[in-house]
Design a protein around this ligand. Structure first.
Ligand code: ZN
Length: 133
């Protein structure tokens, strides 16, 4: 499998609007616009940084994965996303190597990307997202 670059860092926040006070007002990163992914009960906003991006994640429901993450650990980095050349190939290879997959097959993420998550139990505690654009 070929990892091309760090695609983005996913940061769980209570409010994207509040988060923007730091990421946009202080650091000067423009927001590329927000999008709600209903299946994940989350609204995401992307802030490009060179070739990579910062993704702010705000839960749309108290039982969503981002709300649960904040409840347990507070706001902060929730996942790291690697851009891969071929996501099916990457998943097949990781599975063969015994890596626990949250998504056996890719699903649609924000921005039309195809994404899949690896289980933190297999990755030293980091929620890893693969994405193909
Ligand atoms: Zn992400």
């Amino acid at each position: 499998m070929k990892i091309l670059q760090i695609d983005h860092l996913g940061i769980a926040v209570n409010s994207i609007e509040e988060g923007q006070r730091f990421w946009t007002d202080v650091l000067g990163l423009p927001c590329e616009g927000a999008e709600t992914v209903a299946s994940q009960k989350v609204t995401t906003a992307f802030f490009p940084v060179g070739e990579s991006e910062v993704e702010l994640l705000e839960s749309t429901a108290p039982d969503g994965p981002v709300a649960k993450y904040i409840e347990k650990r507070g706001e902060g980095i929730q996942h790291i996303a690697f851009r891969v050349e071929n996501i099916e190939e990457a998943l097949a290879e990781l599975k063969a190597k015994g890596v626990r997959l949250i998504d056996e097959t890719p699903r649609m993420g924000a921005g039309g990307a195809r994404i899949a998550f690896l289980h933190p139990k297999s990755t030293s505690g980091v929620l890893v997202e693969l994405c193909q654009r």
